[in-house]
Ligand binder design. Structure first.
Ligand SMILES: [Zn+2]
Length: 255
């Protein structure tokens, strides 16, 4: 009996080590997050191991790109206070995707409109789990997050003085979105910045479909160029940001 128990313990330990190794490998080489103000209107807020963004949309109002991993929203609320606004100033929250580390503080803003692509609504609500190698082991738990505004690829949504262009870039999750706002491109987890200044695709172990993720990034690069959308800054959720469109087009050329 003792031997069997030890055997089971050994297998469990190996499993934990393997998952831990996979988890760590997804972050090796990432550039460090750079909290602060980018392009004059984007406040990048560090929230544990993820970032979220507060956008000044004029008239004392703000919009969020994602809502972090902290359900108490400590870092986010501190940033709002530093900007001289309160919770009521948050009128819109745009989700790059429905993973739990991007949505936690949403229930703090019951009056804000919550925007997401349809394919990630159930994921954000905690009704289903992600299909990636690691997310599929996470428990299913209702999050209290209700997406009130379903967006589609190509939509342009006006929030205050900012027009927000929606791109569907499925792969990391089925409903992963990129948002282009006045030269800043928000990619969530669909890509990241490396220490050497290059762009990398989403970590495979967290992604529903890594192949589709890479294909979506390639298509996105082509569409941005075809539509002559100027990209000044590439902003990611788990790494520092990168300047210009070049890191994305260089990645796309390698695909
Ligand atoms: Zn994710």
């Amino acid at each position: 009996m003792k031997r069997v128990a030890l055997g089971i313990l050994g297998v469990l330990l190996l499993f934990v080590l393997l998952l831990g190794g996979l988890f760590a490998s997804a972050f090796i080489g990432n550039s460090a997050v750079q909290p602060g103000v980018v392009d004059g209107f984007i406040h990048v807020v560090s929230d544990g191991y993820v970032t979220l963004d507060v956008l000044d949309v004029g008239n004392g109002q703000v919009a969020l790109i994602d809502a972090g991993v902290d359900k108490d929203g400590k870092a986010l609320l501190a940033e709002l206070a530093a900007m001289g606004v309160d919770k009521k100033a948050v009128t819109a929250i745009f989700l790059t995707h429905g993973h739990g580390d991007h949505i936690a503080a949403i229930p703090l803003f019951p009056d804000a409109k919550v925007y997401a692509l349809e394919a990630d609504i159930a994921l954000a609500a905690g009704e289903i789990k992600g299909r990636g190698l690691i997310p599929r082991w996470m428990p299913i738990k209702p999050t209290g997050v209700k997406v009130s505004q379903t967006v589609k690829d190509g939509d342009v949504i006006q929030v205050g003085n900012r027009a927000i262009r929606v791109f569907a870039i499925p792969g990391h999750t089925g409903g992963s979105a990129a948002y282009w706002i006045d030269g800043a491109l928000f990619l969530g987890d669909s890509a990241g910045g490396s220490k050497d200044g290059t762009l990398h695709a989403a970590p495979k172990v967290f992604s529903d479909d890594p192949e589709q993720n890479r294909a979506s990034l390639k298509t996105l690069a082509a569409r941005l160029i075809a539509e002559k959308l100027d990209v000044k800054t590439l902003i990611f959720a788990h790494t520092g940001w990168l300047e210009g469109i070049a890191p994305l087009t260089t990645f796309a050329q390698g695909e």
